[in-house]
Design a protein around this ligand. Structure first.
Ligand SMILES: *[C@@H]1O[C@H](CO)[C@@H](O)[C@H](O)[C@H]1NC(C)=O
Ligand SMILES: *[C@@H]1O[C@H](CO)[C@@H](O)[C@H](O)[C@H]1NC(C)=O
Ligand SMILES: *[C@@H]1O[C@H](CO)[C@@H](O)[C@H](O)[C@H]1NC(C)=O
Ligand SMILES: *[C@@H]1O[C@H](CO)[C@@H](O)[C@H](O)[C@H]1NC(C)=O
Ligand SMILES: *[C@@H]1O[C@H](CO)[C@@H](O)[C@H](O)[C@H]1NC(C)=O
Ligand SMILES: *[C@@H]1O[C@H](CO)[C@@H](O)[C@H](O)[C@H]1NC(C)=O
Ligand SMILES: *[C@@H]1O[C@H](CO)[C@@H](O)[C@H](O)[C@H]1NC(C)=O
Ligand SMILES: *[C@@H]1O[C@H](CO)[C@@H](O)[C@H](O)[C@H]1NC(C)=O
Ligand SMILES: *[C@@H]1O[C@H](CO)[C@@H](O)[C@H](O)[C@H]1NC(C)=O
Ligand SMILES: *[C@@H]1O[C@H](CO)[C@@H](O)[C@H](O)[C@H]1NC(C)=O
Length: 358
């Protein structure tokens, strides 16, 4: 029985056994995705339109007779028995008879749709179906399909996954990803980054360089890779911007006048990343105190004097001195001594305080 002419008969059905092409180009290499071909009127609906390696695809022929009793799928441009994947008998008693070309991953369903699971490169080829068409007879369904060489993208990684950078410095992050990723985007704290004079992307977007680092450049960075079938995002990479100490002060500010016997707590406050180390001096002599606070309870005459807080950032290697004078109501106002470092500050964020000659 021949096909009936009719408006439903797409021009693509030029030959009786025109095949369905699943991009031959993917056979060679995954490195160069093939641009999808211009869509043409298709008598087979392919879902998804861009099948992915490892994914599934459904090939659903259009215009299959409602009352069809069986249909065939072949992996070739012909209907020879050696290329037969399966013969399908629809409900109410659906039966699938597998043919020589069945790989164990093909199933047929309503409307003679062919479902292929776990797509591999060897699924590349021409597929042909022979199914009854409305108004009687049998027809072939054919199409030209390009499968871009796409895979479900694995999670990319960002290296280094942790960075400590000086304010005004430079850092570089790299997005390590499958070569089949078509797009690479960067995010900071979940928001996408726009390149600028200071935020420089390599031509393939895989390398992000930040120049003249500011404090607001700190945060968690991620890269997001994409291709037509998937997107995936890296774990966060933490960038810490070291700066300071800045705005160092002692709380309460001086001069402090206290009643003899009342308690006194001095706290050194600094804007600094990382947290600075502290040394306290009194009248130019090390107190051997290294916390951010100093407490006297009660305050005695011995505690009068000029207190110096040395705040040291071991990464920026900066030390800032601030001081206050404290005296009791009955004591004489102290004369501030010439400040000199009473503390041997280390770059390991740990103080070794030495007393200086008084
Ligand atoms: C792919 O097909 C298999 C078998 O039919 C099924 O188990 C799986 O859920 C499908 N996967 C997707 C992503 O649809
Ligand atoms: C599919 O068929 C076309 C036309 O017959 C042929 O040129 C092409 O090589 C075939 N593709 C594959 C992967 O066999
Ligand atoms: C299916 O129905 C059409 C009419 O719609 C009829 O011509 C054809 O013979 C039927 N085929 C079968 C297998 O029942
Ligand atoms: C990202 O890739 C990982 C494996 O590397 C996978 O488990 C995960 O499902 C992927 N996420 C998405 C959204 O595809
Ligand atoms: C960074 O990567 C190393 C191994 O490469 C891992 O041991 C470490 O936990 C990671 N750190 C973070 C913050 O993810
Ligand atoms: C960075 O430069 C600014 C302006 O020149 C300066 O105030 C700041 O202290 C510098 N930061 C560091 C860590 O050197
Ligand atoms: C590179 O990044 C820019 C800015 O985020 C984006 O507009 C562009 O599409 C990206 N290009 C690629 C190939 O990922
Ligand atoms: C600080 O410690 C040194 C020894 O490490 C000691 O000689 C000095 O007297 C101490 N100074 C004070 C104020 O306690
Ligand atoms: C830190 O600064 C001091 C003096 O400012 C200098 O002698 C020392 O070499 C610096 N250390 C580092 C690690 O840069
Ligand atoms: C610090 O110096 C002042 C005078 O400038 C003095 O009154 C005070 O007793 C001194 N404190 C100590 C602990 O030496």
């Amino acid at each position: 029985m021949g096909r009936l002419p009719g408006s439903w008969d797409p021009p693509a059905w030029s030959g009786p056994w025109k095949g369905l092409l699943l991009a031959a180009s993917v056979l060679s290499s995954c490195l160069q995705p093939v641009p999808a071909q211009t869509p043409t009127p298709t008598p087979v609906t392919i879902t998804p339109a861009s099948p992915a390696l490892g994914g599934n695809v459904s090939l659903a022929p259009q215009n299959v007779a409602q009352n069809f009793t069986s249909c065939n799928w072949h992996r070739s441009t012909t209907n020879d028995e050696t290329s037969r994947i399966l013969t399908y008998f629809p409900p109410p008693n659906p039966v699938q008879h597998n043919g020589p070309a069945h790989t164990g991953r093909e199933t047929a369903g309503p409307g003679c749709a062919l479902h292929i699971a776990g797509l591999t490169l060897s699924d590349t080829g021409n597929y042909t179906t022979l199914a009854p068409i409305p108004h009687g007879g049998a027809g072939t369904r054919s199409n030209a399909l390009s499968v871009p060489c796409t895979e479900m993208l694995p999670r990319p990684t960002v290296t280094p996954n942790q960075t400590l950078v000086l304010e005004n410095g430079t850092f570089t992050l790299r997005c390590n990803s499958s070569p089949s990723a078509d797009t690479v985007l960067w995010l900071r704290d979940g928001a996408s980054l726009t390149p600028s004079e200071r935020l420089v992307l390599s031509p393939d977007n895989r390398t992000l360089t930040v120049l003249g680092v500011t404090r607001s450049d700190g945060g968690t960075y991620q890269c997001e890779v994409g291709n037509p079938v998937s997107t995936n995002r890296s774990e966060p990479s933490t960038v810490t911007v070291a700066y300071g100490p800045a705005s160092v002060r002692i709380d309460p500010p001086g001069p402090i006048t206290l009643t003899l016997g009342s308690p006194l707590t001095l706290t050194c406050v600094a804007d600094s990343v990382p947290v600075p180390s502290y040394c306290w001096g009194l009248n130019g002599t090390d107190t051997n105190q290294t916390g951010s606070s100093l407490t006297f309870n009660p305050m005695t005459l011995d505690h009068q004097g000029t207190y110096e807080c040395w705040a040291h950032n071991p990464i920026t290697n900066r030390t800032v001195l601030v001081s206050v004078t404290a005296r009791t109501r009955c004591g004489a106002a102290p004369v501030p001594p010439t400040p000199s470092p009473p503390c041997r500050l280390t770059t390991r964020g740990h103080n070794e305080c030495d007393s200086l000659p008084g």
